[in-house]
Design a protein around this ligand. Structure first.
Ligand SMILES: N[C@@H](CCC(=O)N[C@@H](CS)C(=O)NCC(=O)O)C(=O)O
Length: 243
């Protein structure tokens, strides 16, 4: 069942934000999906997390927004916070793990990239992943023309403007880099079988590729991606989405 949640105030949130020893519970399906980025952020931050059992749709109405993911954070003093909505959770965790920039301007730039990537990724989800199975290759081509070309042009430019150092903002890893890397990897991982085209590579998208390399080079992230649980999630994601 769900953890009992503390009636929180702004002070509770500030204290949780400052707690580096919190533990987390993820209520989500047994796939990468929207949970993937939290798992990577927790791995990056060296945090402990576990997955709650899920009985869907029976429990749907018991969640605050009638959808998943829902994250529970337990601080060392026993406070339990409930946090919902994917991008809000991403920003919250990124802030905790110092992945949301060194100042408000950097934060704004990181959030722009987060939002742009989320929009493109969601279009892929609707058009290709959830689109007509028989027309996946055709839908991929449409997605490529309608969304991907722009994504690549715009993001390569942003990265060039930051000095082509493999980071979207400044000189260190941020939520923007992790978000884009997940999208790049997903385009390979969830590519229709009859689409051969390589979209992202060191030759075709050098700046995005560098970002991906920087994210993959982080030892905690690399360890998570090599873990047994990550493999299980990959298998189950392919099975669930018919790839
Ligand atoms: N606005 C929500 C959307 C979440 C969402 O679409 N969740 C899907 C799973 S990825 C869901 O709950 N599907 C089950 C359902 O709607 O019954 C967010 O950003 O977290």
């Amino acid at each position: 069942m769900f953890p009992s949640v503390t009636k929180a105030t702004s002070k509770t949130l500030t204290e949780a934000m400052e707690s580096s020893n919190s533990t987390y519970k993820l209520y989500y399906f047994n796939v990468h999906g929207r949970g993937e980025i939290f798992r990577i952020l927790w791995a990056y931050g060296g945090a402990k997390w576990e997955e709650l059992p899920i009985d869907w749709p029976a429990e749907k109405k018991l969640t605050p927004f009638q959808c998943v993911p829902v994250v529970y954070e337990t601080t060392p003093d026993g406070t339990v916070l409930q946090i919902c909505e994917t991008e809000v959770i991403e920003r919250y965790l990124a802030k905790k793990f110092n992945l949301l920039g060194k100042n408000e301007w950097e934060q704004l730039q990181i959030e722009q990239i987060q939002s742009s990537t989320e929009g493109t990724q969601y279009a892929y989800h609707l058009q290709v992943v959830k689109g007509d199975f028989e027309k996946r290759a055709e839908n991929f081509r449409k997605f490529y023309d309608e969304h991907l070309t722009r994504f690549i042009e715009v993001h390569e430019n942003h990265l060039k403007n930051n000095g082509s150092n493999g980071f979207y903002v400044g000189e260190s890893l941020s939520l923007a880099d992790i978000k884009a890397t997940i999208f790049i990897d997903r385009m390979t991982f969830l590519r229709p079988k009859d689409v051969q085209e390589v979209v992202f590579s060191a030759e075709k998208t050098p700046n995005l590729w560098k970002v991906r390399e920087n994210v993959h080079a982080h030892p905690n992230i690399a360890e998570w991606k090599n873990s047994q649980r990550h493999k299980e999630l990959s298998v189950n994601t392919h099975k669930t989405l018919n790839f």
